[in-house]
Design a protein around this ligand. Structure first.
Ligand SMILES: Cc1cc2nc3c(=O)[nH]c(=O)nc-3n(C[C@H](O)[C@H](O)[C@H](O)COP(=O)(O)O)c2cc1C
Length: 87
């Protein structure tokens, strides 16, 4: 199991594929220890909303607290999303 001791807050971004994160993101996440991590998710999309993306990712980020998950369509969305991150 990999750890990321240097970080308490982690931002993870990906394109939405079939109403969730691409499988490669699940594969990447499942090898890490997410205990006590605050996780902020952001996604780009072809049109659908964020949907159940966070719920679908949960089995692969066991122990993490997913604080926020949003689709970012433009620079204003990005600024707004960044402003919500608790450091
Ligand atoms: C295999 C595949 C599945 C996709 N499924 C969705 C989807 O369910 N909902 C959606 O809004 N966009 C979907 N898209 C569009 C991607 O989210 C979109 O291409 C991406 O956000 C834009 O990033 P890119 O420029 O890296 O492709 C899909 C794209 C691919 C390639």
């Amino acid at each position: 199991m990999r750890t990321s001791d240097h970080y308490d807050v982690i931002c993870l971004g990906f394109p939405i594929w079939y109403y969730g994160a691409p499988n490669v993101i699940n594969t990447f996440c499942k090898d890490y220890d997410w205990s006590e991590k605050k996780l902020y998710l952001f996604a780009t999309s072809g049109g659908s909303g964020i949907g159940k993306t966070a719920e679908k990712l949960m089995p692969y980020v066991t122990g993490a607290k997913i604080i926020n998950a949003e689709v970012l369509q433009n620079a204003d969305d990005l600024k707004n999303w960044v402003s919500k991150i608790e450091r």
